[in-house]
Unconditional design. Structure first.
Length: 253
């Protein structure tokens, strides 16, 4: 759809591109609405192993399209509906069944930062800037992204960003735990790392994602692990991994 483009390489790495460079990839309601379907289509691709989320034109995303917000906040019903669409998109990204990596160049603000936080990992260019800015607009940030941010950064750092609406540098974001790596050529580094992930066991990664998500959301880690543990007894990943180690070769998962 306009504003979103997806590419799947033969290396198992897919790229989902926020593609409104003339608006610094500000997110329209149509994009928020389309994201769950786009993600479901990618998840169904049999060769996909890792998803990179990035933006076109040297920006990740400047956030929600401000031009739409006057209509959004014209009535309580419209605002509620918009927030539900927004949270559905974020939740679909967080629930994506394979590792997700936000590749951030330039501004990563508001709704853009919301999507980056919903990814498993975040790599940033040295010139990237991060901020969540509802306090500049008087908007109450929804509970789902607020809680996700607090779980990622801790309560004090989350309050710092949300109270102030200040932008922070990539190096500050790294200290806060908002970013996992800062790189000179972030796209090259992220692609190289994604290819490493694509070479590892999807079974192991799926179990890790399920258990860690259970831990951070207050779920039952053992219950999350059990279906993966049962599957591992019959699927070939363990046998292939052990054989590859003994034969001193790369495993073929």
């Amino acid at each position: 759809m306009p504003g979103l483009r997806a590419f799947l390489g033969d290396d198992g790495v897919a790229v989902l591109l926020l593609d409104r460079p003339e608006k610094k990839n500000a997110l329209t309601r149509a994009q928020w609405e389309a994201l769950p379907g786009v993600l479901a289509g990618l998840a169904a691709e049999p060769g996909l192993r890792v998803l990179l989320l990035t933006g076109a034109g040297g920006a990740f995303s400047a956030g929600a399209d401000i031009g739409e917000l006057a209509d959004v906040y014209a009535s309580p019903e419209a605002a509620d509906e918009y927030h539900a669409v927004n949270v559905d998109a974020e939740s679909a990204l967080a629930a994506f069944p394979h590792p997700t990596l936000a590749v951030v160049d330039g501004p990563c603000v508001g709704g853009g930062c919301q999507l980056a936080v919903a990814c498993d990992l975040r790599f940033a260019a040295r010139g990237a800037r991060f901020g969540i800015t509802p306090a500049k607009l008087g908007i109450v940030y929804p509970s789902v992204p607020t809680a996700r941010l607090a779980r990622l950064l801790g309560p004090a750092r989350a309050k710092y960003l949300l109270y102030s609406a200040e932008l922070v540098t990539a190096d500050q974001a790294l200290v806060y735990g908002l970013v996992d790596e800062v790189a000179d050529d972030v796209h090259e580094r992220a692609l190289a790392f994604a290819r490493v992930l694509a070479s590892r066991s999807a079974q192991t990664q799926g179990a890790v994602k399920a258990v860690v998500d259970a831990v951070v959301t207050g779920g039952d880690p053992q219950a999350a692990a059990e279906p993966w543990e049962r599957a591992s007894r019959t699927t070939p990943d363990v046998r292939e991994g052990l054989a590859a180690f003994l034969e001193r070769r790369a495993p073929r998962f």
